[in-house]
Design a protein around this ligand. Structure first.
Ligand SMILES: NC(=O)c1ccc[n+]([C@@H]2O[C@H](COP(=O)([O-])OP(=O)(O)OC[C@H]3O[C@@H](n4cnc5c(N)ncnc54)[C@H](OP(=O)(O)O)[C@@H]3O)[C@@H](O)[C@H]2O)c1
Length: 432
């Protein structure tokens, strides 16, 4: 007995940069890639420049100057968006494909974090899957983990390292003792960081990703605007060294926590104990903890970017479309997604690392600790260490859990003490 002929899926690929090239290479290297028996054929490609030299031959592929025309072409059954950017041609093409009822696969975290709810509504209204595994952690399957494997549980929190560029820079700063600007310049020369590094080092890329994970974890619409974001551009070598003396490593940690008050989404340079898996994830690695009420803690670690890993995640989504898997875009149908109630960051409670640069004179330590005690901040550990060329004596301490508003009020009072000669530094200790 023979079944119906397996379908050939004609895929339209918009964007032929790092990930687009990775996908074309993957599809040509894996002719056996045939989920559910169906095959993939390239229905057309689009990029900015047709003549730009590329690591593969596109002369035999149908070319579209306009990604929207590719998305709606009758020669395309499935549209893959690998252009990037929250708006502009990427959004226009994704909307056009969904409006035409075509499945969409994208690696675009900015688009999903900023317009995910409206795109999910359009996708579900038109009965077209919208998949974005590659948008978070590149080749490491965080999206499917939350959307599929852990959907039976109630997720309490997700927290991790979601930006490989920042992780690389922090790792290099610690390993080589070079300051942020120097390591960033080298990362740009080596192609690990973009010419405009703001999205990465400013924490925005990690915030896009954690906003998506929060939506998947908690069944709410992504709300990037509510994320509290601090990047690594102000992280100083001195703090990396002093944190290490206290048994910690500084990482850019993105987290989303659910409480009865709502959801708190934040990205901060944070201290992780040296022996903790997040502290051990060095270089460009990504790492993520997911905590479920019943499952407990899951730890994922792997490549968060790169042509091969990211293309493999895109191909996994293409496979889902080909096998006919149907799920809501986020954890619940778009129409029933819970409103995302942001928790006021000042109400959050956690441990902290504080550094004050003070004049070397009697009574300073007493003044700092008295001010903290009066404000209700309890000290966990204390370090006073002469550091060459620091311009004063650094006083470093970690606190027990304290409300952020209380902590900030205390820091302001200490900043006003006559012996304090520089802006105080505050880093959070990761709740992991
Ligand atoms: N790189 C990674 O490792 C990685 C990992 C995870 C997710 N992502 C996401 O994947 C997406 C693509 O990233 P990428 O690193 O591959 O970017 P990229 O290397 O900068 O490539 C972007 C591609 O989009 C094309 N493009 C730009 N404007 C266009 C327009 N108006 N019409 C048609 N094509 C246009 C460019 O054309 P030209 O080639 O002609 O300039 C280029 O081929 C982004 O959303 C990114 O966030 C990337």
């Amino acid at each position: 007995m023979t079944g119906p002929a397996a379908k050939t899926w004609r895929v339209g690929i918009a964007g032929l940069g790092t990930v687009g090239a990775g996908l074309l290479n993957l599809l040509s290297d894996r002719p056996e890639f045939a989920p559910a028996g169906g095959r993939v054929a390239i229905g057309g490609v689009s990029a900015r420049s047709r003549s730009r030299p590329r690591p593969f031959d596109i002369s035999n592929l149908p070319w579209f100057d306009d990604p929207v025309a590719l998305a709606t072409s009758s020669e395309v059954d499935l549209f893959v968006e690998l252009i990037g950017g929250s708006d502009g041609p990427a959004k226009a093409a994704v909307e056009a494909a969904l409006a035409a009822g075509k499945p969409v696969v994208t690696a675009n975290k900015a688009l999903i974090a900023e317009h995910g709810a409206e795109l999910a509504a359009l996708a579900e209204q038109r009965g077209a899957p919208l998949l974005f595994e590659a948008a978070v952690m590149g080749g490491t399957p965080a999206v499917k983990m939350l959307r599929e494997a852990m959907v039976g549980d109630e997720i309490k929190s997700v927290a991790g390292i979601l930006n490989g560029t920042c992780n690389y820079i922090l790792t290099e700063m610690e390993a080589t003792g070079r300051p942020f600007a120097e390591v960033l310049a080298e990362a740009q020369r080596l192609g690990y960081a973009e010419a405009d590094p703001t999205m990465d080092v400013g924490g925005f890329d990690a915030a896009h990703k954690i906003s998506i994970l929060a939506a998947l974890a908690f069944g709410c619409a992504p709300n990037f605007a509510a994320a509290e974001i601090e990047g690594i551009d102000q992280v100083e070598l001195l703090d990396i060294r002093l944190a290490r003396d206290l048994g910690y490593r500084i990482k850019l940690v993105a987290s989303a926590d659910r409480s009865p008050d709502g959801v708190l989404v934040r990205v901060h340079p944070s201290l992780a104990p040296l022996s903790h898996p997040l502290a051990q994830a060095g270089g460009a690695l990504n790492a993520l903890f997911i905590e479920g009420a019943r499952i407990g803690r899951i730890f994922l670690q792997g490549p968060g970017a790169g042509a091969g890993p990211t293309a493999a995640a895109v191909a996994a989504d293409i496979a889902d479309v080909m096998t006919g898997a149907v799920r809501p875009v986020f954890q619940a149908p778009a129409a029933t997604l819970a409103a995302f109630t942001p928790v006021e960051p000042s109400k959050s409670v956690g441990r902290a690392y504080l550094r004050f640069l003070v004049r070397d004179e009697p009574g300073v330590i007493a003044a700092v600790s008295e001010t903290l005690a009066e404000a209700g901040v309890s000290i966990e550990s204390f370090l006073q260490k002469p550091v060459e060329d620091a311009g004063g004596v650094p006083i470093v301490l970690t606190t027990h859990a304290v409300a952020e508003s209380v902590l900030k009020a205390a820091i302001e009072r200490i900043a006003g003490l006559p012996a304090v000669i520089d802006r105080p530094r505050l880093l959070r200790i990761a709740r992991i």
